[in-house]
Ligand binder design. Structure first.
Ligand SMILES: *Cc1c(COP(=O)(O)O)cnc(C)c1O
Length: 411
């Protein structure tokens, strides 16, 4: 895994170069394009700080990245910033997820939800268009700890769902129960499976055992492809763990989703979807005639500034810088776990993740509320989670532990 870290000056220059290659609404007013010329009274482009603010400048320039830019044609008027998005997708595919160069398509989606649903949509249409499947013959398999965008996707795409229960302690899928559900599914006529693997669940930071899942699906001779939901862990797990199964080197892996607006701390609207080349065509809307190169995405119009924001963060750290940052967060998570051990607090934690999810017995509700711990269920919490991010530093954790000790003394 390697991508170069750029200086602040170089990042600025490259973003401005990208904007410069795009059509500038103000210099050459487009009459035909319904391009969003931002209101010049509110968003004036000569604000002095903009010359040193590449992200804000891209916002004001307002390029529309409609469509998918890793394949086919694209709107030529925004080619400068589209090239930045293309480089971003290639870095994620090849350096984070081990793909060979130019073997993955993708785009910057509105978030993890859209990235997941886009992948399901392409895969469902592949099953229908290439293998002659009907809707009733397609099932999506996911763990009961998976994000709610799975049932949302099942509902939108009119396919069947198979939700696999997990073990209460390990948070791993109960394979015996899953085997039974898969046999039932086969009996009820499901022939094609979208297997969702969590590269960290939102609540626990648990990572599904992909090896075991593949073994089970192969032993049952099922026709399946894997989508990895990396919306939470995509910018963590590949940097902390070596697991080739969670990469494009694994032939069963069809697609990944990532969210830059979680761990990468970019603005909202920065999901990423990565799909093996040769498939996204199944989501082409051929009626999208006014879009140069047609549209292969769920979203339609979208801001090029989002792609620029993610690219800037990745370039500001470089792969080594990002690895070091994740290592530091995991060290701090280790330390917090030791402190909880000393106090007899039970919790779940995956050793390569920065989420610590505590059992509620010894956690006072007012303490949880004071520190904005997130419950699994707001009405009756069975778990409270802590996410160790930059701002959850030693000082904040010390305060939390002091308060925790007070509640433990009073209990
Ligand atoms: C947050 C999250 C999503 C959904 O992401 P949005 O950006 O909120 O749409 C999907 N899966 C997982 C595991 C997540 O943590």
């Amino acid at each position: 895994m390697y991508w170069e870290k750029y200086s602040r000056q170089k990042i600025r220059d490259l973003v401005f170069e990208g904007i410069g290659k795009n059509l500038n609404y103000r210099d050459s007013p487009p009459i035909g394009l319904p391009a969003s010329y931002l209101d010049p009274k509110v968003f004036y482009s000569d604000a002095p700080f903009l010359s040193e603010a590449p992200f804000m400048s891209t916002m004001v320039a307002n390029p529309n990245h409609i469509g998918c830019h890793t394949m086919g044609d694209s709107e030529p008027v925004f080619s400068g910033t589209q090239a930045i998005e293309k480089e971003l997708i290639e870095i994620c595919a090849t350096q984070i997820f081990g793909a060979e160069p130019e073997t993955v398509d993708g785009y910057v989606a509105s978030g993890g939800t859209e990235a997941n649903i886009q992948s399901f949509w392409v895969l469902r249409n592949y099953f229908i268009q290439e293998l002659g499947a009907s809707h009733e013959e397609i099932g999506m398999v996911y763990s009961s700890d998976a994000h709610y965008s799975m049932p949302k996707g099942v509902n939108l795409l009119n396919i069947k769902s198979i939700c696999a229960p997990v073990d209460e302690e390990s948070r791993l899928i109960d394979l015996d129960k899953l085997e039974n559900s898969l046999n039932d599914a086969t009996k009820s006529g499901i022939k094609y499976f979208i297997l969702v693997m969590n590269m960290s669940t939102t609540m626990f930071g648990s990572v599904d055992d992909m090896h075991a899942a593949i073994e089970l699906f192969e032993s049952l001779n099922l026709n399946f492809k894997i989508h990895v939901d990396g919306a939470y862990g995509g910018f963590i797990y590949p940097f902390s763990a070596k697991n080739e199964l969670y990469s494009f080197q694994n032939k069963h892996v069809f697609s990944f989703s990532l969210d830059a607006h979680k761990m990468l701390m970019s603005p909202y609207g920065t999901g990423i979807v990565l799909i093996r080349k040769g498939y996204i065509e199944h989501a082409m809307t051929k009626e999208a005639n006014y879009v140069k190169g047609k549209d292969y995405t769920l979203i339609g119009s979208r801001s090029g500034a989002n792609a620029v924001a993610i690219w800037m963060i990745l370039r500001a750290y470089g792969s080594d810088g990002w690895k070091a940052k994740i290592a530091e967060l995991l060290d701090r998570s280790d330390w917090l776990c030791e402190q909880l051990n000393k106090r007899g607090i039970s919790y779940f934690r995956h050793p390569k993740m920065n989420i610590i999810t505590m059992k509620p017995d010894l956690i006072d509700r007012s303490l949880a509320e004071k520190y904005f711990l997130v419950p699994d269920d707001h009405d009756s919490p069975s778990w409270w989670k802590i996410v160790v991010m930059d701002h959850v530093n030693e000082g904040v954790l010390d305060h939390f532990l002091l308060d925790l000790d007070k509640t433990l003394e009073n209990a």
